[in-house]
Design a protein around this ligand. Structure first.
Ligand code: NZQ
Ligand code: ZN
Length: 391
């Protein structure tokens, strides 16, 4: 195991009825709040009214920014950063899924600088040294944005979707109430779980052999997603299922499972290009890519990892040839995504063809550092994987 510093100072208020602490937590940072949310699901579910009541009862002054898009746009970030400056905001309260939380992180950072926040993400890579405090209320279990310091922002003008991590953007407090996810559709639940699984797989598939404790932990997280996602899809208000998925989404990406590993992720950089060019749901893109990437990377050197995955996560019999187990593991994983969760299983069914594959492959390799991945990938490898996703 590498040396590492583990420092994830996010205060988590988990479970029902935690919203009673919202006013007190926000008041630690100031009185002027920018409340951010997406396309309106929080109004339909009644969460908006509950939040407003808490804020009013706590003597807070509320400013609002709504309409943050899935695959959030830089224009929303610009608007929010400007509002923070105009209204001298003390703290941002993001209520929603990963898109709302991600955009809010960059608003909080953008509020502290005089330049366009896109400069945090474009080739200028401006330093993120400060951000206003961020509090989140999570409504969708998927990205882990509630407990990490990263965010991913789209710029439709340039067909870019770019992610960045920076410690000042780590939420100060996150409210994780599983009942706020009861209204998430079966489709978004499936996509969210595909994303959670990918966050674990991106770390789990590595060539180190000394991460036993972390491997066991990751296998537990993956088994949790596999057990509870179909239940949450069939019984949306099953608290046990929603609670297990919610806490797993946070732990999949809060830094704990990394164990100091520096290996680049593989499928995320490729998926961000799919979302950048075709605005598809992140978890769906990952579902289509990941089994193909697994097939592409399987060889005599890597096979033992697939065996471990198949035997420990899917319960495949260990008494077979390693290659046989590995192939069965990929099939079991694909069946889970496409048969059990019912996700579409190829790009053609999403009306995506190979028109942009070359540019997308180039950008995945450049932005994602794929030469440092589990199996180093160059532009041609990535193009081949995109092509495998067509059918
Ligand atoms: O916008 P509203 O009306 O709220 O509706 C949303 C949206 O349409 C809806 N929704 C959310 N909570 C709901 C709900 N509908 C009913 N009931 C609820 N309780 O679901 C739709 C999708 O929401 P979104 O926030 O886009 O989904 P998700 O949480 O999956 O976030 C995806 C974004 O996060 C990025 C992705 O790339 C993508 O842009 N990621 C962020 C990461 C991070 N910060 O670390 C890591 C991830 O790998 C990922 O890249
Ligand atoms: Zn993801």
């Amino acid at each position: 195991m590498n040396s590492f510093i583990y420092d994830i100072p996010v205060k988590v208020c988990f479970g029902e009825n935690q919203l009673q602490h919202l006013g007190k937590e926000l008041n630690r940072f100031g009185k002027r709040i920018l409340l951010t949310y997406g396309g309106g699901s929080i109004k339909k579910t009644g969460l908006y009214d509950k939040v407003i009541t808490e804020l009013n009862n706590s003597g807070l002054e509320i400013f609002e920014l709504s309409g943050i898009e899935p695959n959030p746009r830089i224009d929303s970030v610009r608007k929010g950063a400007q509002m923070c400056k105009d209204h001298k905001i003390d703290v941002l309260l993001a209520v929603g899924g990963g898109s709302t939380i991600d955009a809010t992180k960059f608003m909080a950072a953008g509020a502290c600088v005089d330049f366009d926040p896109w400069n945090f993400l474009n080739e200028q890579w401006a330093p993120i040294e400060k951000a206003l405090p961020i509090v989140t209320i999570l409504t969708l279990s998927a990205t882990g944005s509630e407990m990490d310091c990263g965010g991913v922002i789209s710029n439709p003008e340039t067909n870019d979707k770019i992610g960045r991590m920076a410690p000042p953007m780590l939420p100060k407090v996150s409210f994780l109430d599983p009942t706020n996810t009861f209204t998430v559709s079966p489709y978004q639940t499936a996509c969210g779980s595909s994303d959670i699984l990918s966050h674990i797989i991106e770390v789990y598939f590595n060539m180190s052999t000394d991460l036993y404790m972390l491997d066991c932990f990751m296998e537990g997280l993956m088994k949790t997603v596999i057990k509870y996602t179909p239940i949450a899809m069939k019984e949306p208000d099953n608290y046990e299922a929603r609670a297990n998925l919610m806490w797993t989404s946070s732990w999949a990406i809060n830094g704990f499972i990394d164990g100091g590993k520096t290996q680049a992720w593989s499928c995320h950089p490729m998926e961000h290009e799919l979302s950048a060019f075709y605005d598809i749901t992140h978890g769906l893109g990952l579902a289509i890519l990941t089994p193909r990437w697994m097939e592409y990377c399987l060889n005599e050197k890597t096979v033992s990892k697939y065996v471990q995955f198949g035997v420990n996560v899917f319960g495949i019999s260990p008494n077979q040839e390693p290659m046989t187990i590995a192939k069965q593991a990929i099939t079991a994983f694909s069946d889970f995504l496409f048969k059990t969760l019912g996700l579409k299983n190829n790009l053609t069914s999403l009306n995506i063809d190979n028109t942009h594959f070359e540019t997308m492959a180039e950008k995945s390799v450049k932005l994602g550092g794929l030469k440092y991945a589990f199996i180093p990938l160059d532009k041609n490898d990535v193009m081949r994987i995109f092509e495998m996703c067509l059918l």
